[in-house]
Write a protein that binds this ligand. Structure first.
Ligand SMILES: [Fe+2]
Length: 320
C-alpha cells in the first residue's frame, strides 16, 4: 500500500520540530515512491485533486454510447427499482457523486458466495495468512487478535461470475458515460469486513473514515453487497455532492482529507449530505471515489463486499 510509511526510528521524542521532520520525511518518501513507481501517476495525483482539472479532462473525452446493450448481470427489481439507462445513471452520479439501485442476478450472487466459501481468503489481506471463511474464528484464535478484514487478493479473477460483472456491457456503459472516455478496468477486490474493535489507526488503514481516492483524473467504482447490510453490518456512506462542491483547501490536500475528523467534515458539508447505503445481498451501487465516502465498521455481522474500479488511463501503481 502506498499510504503506509515507516516512522523515522531514531526520533522518538515528540516535539514540534521532530513532528515536522517526520512529516517532511514521509512526504519525500511518498513522492519518491510515486516517482519510482510511475511518474505519470505522480503528476496525475497532483493535478487530479482539483475539481476544475478533473472536469476539464472528462470534458475532453468524446465517448459515444452504443445503441443497444447485450445481456447484463444486473437484475431489475420488479416494481421497486427500475433499471435506468446508463446515461441516466451517469447523470445521477454526476449530480450526486453516486447512484444506488443495481441488483445482481440471483445466479451471479450465488456463484460469488460459493466462490467465497470455497476459496481461501487472507487475514488482513496478508498473503501469508490464508484461511477458509468457515474457519475464521480458528484463524483469529491463532493470531491472538480479532480479524478486521480478509480479502481474496487477486483470486476473484478466476471466478466466472466476477468476469461476467467485469465485462458486463451495462456496467461498462455506465462507467464510460460517466468518465466520458472508454472505461479501462483498473482493479477489483472481494473482501470481508468483520465486527471487531477498531482504533482510529485501524479505521484509517481500512478506509473507515471519510476520504477520497484519486487513482486517475476520473475513476468510477462499483460495489455489490454479497451479504445483507444494515446499519450493523458496516454500510458504505457517501457525502453527497462532494465530488463537485468542495472547499478549495480540501481540494488542495487531496487524499489528505482522510486526516480530517469525520465530524468536522460533516459539519463543513452538512449532515443532510450523508447518505448511508444499506440493502439486501445483491444490492449494487456506484460512485465517483473522489466524492467523500467511507466504509463503516460492522458491529453485528460480517459483510462481504465486491468492488470494481474503472478509469481513463491505466497506471503501474495506485492508492488502495
Ligand atoms: Fe475509498
Amino acid at each position: 500500500m502506498l499510504t503506509h510509511f515507516p516512522r523515522v526510528p531514531f526520533l522518538t521524542v515528540e516535539t514540534p520540530a521532530v513532528r515536522l521532520l517526520q512529516r517532511s520525511t514521509k512526504k519525500i518518501q511518498s513522492i519518491l515512491r510515486l516517482l519510482w513507481g510511475d511518474p505519470r501517476f505522480l503528476m496525475m495525483s497532483w493535478l487530479a485533486r482539483f475539481i476544475a482539472i478533473r472536469e476539464w479532462v472528462a470534458q475532453r473525452g468524446d465517448y459515444l454510447p452504443p445503441a443497444v446493450f447485450d445481456a447484463t448481470v444486473i437484475h431489475e427489481v420488479e416494481g421497486a427499482c427500475p433499471l435506468e439507462s446508463p446515461g441516466q445513471v451517469a447523470k445521477l452520479i454526476q449530480a450526486n457523486g453516486y447512484y444506488v439501485g443495481f441488483s445482481l442476478q440471483p445466479s451471479i450472487l450465488k456463484e460469488l458466495l460459493t466462490f467465497a466459501e470455497t476459496t481461501p481468503c487472507y487475514a488482513n489481506r496478508n498473503p501469508s495468512l490464508p484461511f477458509y471463511i468457515n474457519n475464521k474464528d480458528q484463524m483469529a484464535q491463532e493470531l491472538g487478535t480479532p480479524l478486521l478484514v480478509a480479502g481474496y487478493l487477486d483470486n476473484h479473477e478466476s471466478c466466472d461470475a466476477y468476469q461476467s460483472i467485469k465485462h458486463d456491457p451495462y456496467l461498462l456503459a455506465v462507467a464510460s458515460q460517466y468518465l466520458n472516455h472508454p472505461a479501462v478496468y483498473l482493479r477489483g477486490e472481494l473482501a470481508w469486513g468483520f465486527p471487531a474493535p477498531n482504533t482510529l489507526a485501524d479505521k484509517v488503514k481500512t478506509a473507515r473514515v471519510y476520504h477520497c481516492d484519486i487513482n486517475d483524473f476520473k475513476t468510477i467504482k462499483f460495489f455489490f453487497y454479497l451479504t445483507d447490510v444494515g446499519e450493523g453490518e458496516g454500510p458504505h456512506v457517501y457525502m453527497k455532492g462532494t465530488h463537485r462542491t468542495r472547499k478549495f483547501g480540501h481540494q488542495r490536500i487531496g487524499q489528505g482529507c482522510a486526516a480530517i475528523a469525520d465530524e468536522d467534515l460533516v459539519q463543513t458539508y452538512g449532515r443532510d449530505r450523508v447518505q448511508v447505503v444499506t440493502g439486501a445481498a445483491g444490492l449494487g451501487f456506484v460512485g465517483d471515489p473522489y466524492c467523500l465516502h467511507k466504509g463503516t465498521v460492522p458491529v453485528d455481522n460480517s459483510r462481504l463486499l465486491l468492488q470494481l474500479e474503472f478509469g481513463i488511463i491505466p497506471y503501474r501503481i495506485w492508492y488502495f
